[in-house]
Design a protein around this ligand. Structure first.
Ligand code: ASP
Length: 425
């Protein structure tokens, strides 16, 4: 059986067993025990195997990407293309979410007693979030992208800091004499290859890891709350589906020249990993492997665009943020006119760039957006109960968006030809 099929099987079985355990033995001691002592540890080992490759992978792939592109001006052009694509695709996604939430108005019908009940249940969690996260978004957010100490940035998993250092380091390599740079490039190349082998090993664990992660999540998830918030959840899911199936497919076709069929049929491993881990960062190693091996994108482009994308390009997150802010505004009866909604759109895009690619990474910033447009930030408590499910779905779209960016940049730079993939599709 192909690994890919095994992973999908692990996902389906894990979800089925988790939901069955949740429904047939609600709150049972043994389900908790199995989740805590078997499913979650297996899932966490898989996740950590992926995560431990992230820092060396980001450093080597970005440095080699920049050094491989060679000319600094060209690096600038590739960087500009990448960032513009990130911003436009994210804005498009957020706009879809805003149209849908205005259309369906999911928050208008939420009964005040349900609202109060949810607020009471999740208040402590919401306050913890506010205390832990960045509650301020301003010029320092950008200043902080430049690390004081690259080792500390790496140790703290501050990916933006590591990315910044790697970009500058790669650029510096192109500025020193070639005979000095070459040995280092070869070492980094070897590290990169070894990391890819580790990722291959980790992916062998994927079917079991994915089973464990999904079992754990679904077995303890409060499914009842999905009913209460069903309209909101459906609007988010519909938006993500539309953005994925329609906009991303169109972007891949128009800007990448790649048939959407070829694209979607080749990126299954990224989709499943993102869905089960809810983390763009944890999916980055798989995403790079998929881009290089399945989509045949040259490593210097994939290694440059995808690490940036895993923290800066979050199509799904922006859509989710936009819908959530408007949903909560409807719940609290705060009227947001066109101008306020444009502010929501812009802030959703900016905060999606700033959000960390970890489970729930966007939540602290979402509270900032809520507060900025005058919706009570602690209202986020209302949606916390369904956040994990939505996180799995929005992360999937985030990661697919990153791959479309790599497709676009590779094509626009004349580094890649989609025709062989189209012919095989
Ligand atoms: N979990 C998301 C990601 O890693 C971030 C978020 O929206 O919370 O892409």
């Amino acid at each position: 059986m192909k690994l890919h099929t095994k992973i999908v099987l692990g996902l389906a079985l894990g979800a089925a067993c988790g939901i069955a355990a949740n429904q047939l033995a609600p709150g049972a001691e043994w389900v908790r025990w199995a989740g805590d002592n078997i499913a979650n540890p297996v899932g966490q080992i898989f996740l950590r195997m992926l995560l431990m490759t992230v820092i060396p992978l980001v450093f080597t792939s970005i440095t080699l990407g920049v050094a491989g592109i060679g000319d600094i001006r060209r690096v600038g052009r590739v960087g500009a293309r990448t960032l513009i694509y990130f911003l436009l695709s994210t804005a498009l996604s957020a706009a879809i979410g805003l149209v849908l939430v205005n259309w369906f108005r999911p928050g208008a019908g939420l009964a005040p007693e349900v609202r109060e009940q949810l607020m009471t249940t999740y208040r402590a969690q919401a306050q913890g979030l506010q205390a832990a996260g960045t509650t301020h978004f301003g010029i320092n957010t950008f200043v902080n992208m430049v690390p004081r100490n690259p080792i500390q940035a790496a140790a703290g998993m501050d990916l933006l800091g590591v990315i910044f250092f790697s970009l500058v380091f790669g650029a510096a390599l192109t500025l020193i004499p070639e005979d000095k740079a070459r040995p280092l490039v070869r070492v980094l190349d070897a590290i990169g290859e070894a990391i890819v082998r580790i990722i291959d090993l980790a992916m062998k664990l994927a079917p079991y890891g994915v089973f464990g992660l999904i079992f754990f999540t679904t077995s303890i998830f409060g499914w009842g709350i999905l009913n209460t918030l069903s309209k909101y959840v459906l609007v988010v899911l519909l938006g993500l589906l539309l953005h994925g199936a329609v906009s991303l497919s169109l972007l891949v076709r128009v800007f990448g020249g790649l048939s959407p069929r070829a694209f979607w049929s080749r990126i299954g491993a990224s989709i499943v990993t993102a869905f089960s881990t809810s983390s763009s960062n944890a999916t980055l190693p798989t995403n790079i492997a998929v881009a290089e091996e399945e989509l045949k994108i040259p490593p210097k482009i994939a290694g440059f665009v995808l690490p940036l994308g895993s923290t800066m390009c979050m199509n799904g997150t922006a859509l989710y943020e936009g819908v959530t802010v408007l949903f909560l505004a409807q719940v609290f009866g705060v009227a947001l006119g066109l101008t306020a909604q444009i502010v929501v759109l812009i802030l959703s895009v900016i905060t999606a760039v700033g959000a960390a690619g970890v489970p729930g990474g966007s939540l602290p910033l979402l509270m900032v957006v809520l507060a900025t447009v005058g919706v009570p930030a602690e209202g986020i408590a209302i949606i916390l109960g369904v956040d994990r499910i939505l996180d799995m779905c929005r992360t999937t779209i985030n990661v697919c968006g990153d791959l479309t960016a790599a497709v676009y940049v590779a094509r626009a730079e004349g580094e890649w030809d989609p025709r062989p993939l189209n012919e095989k599709a």
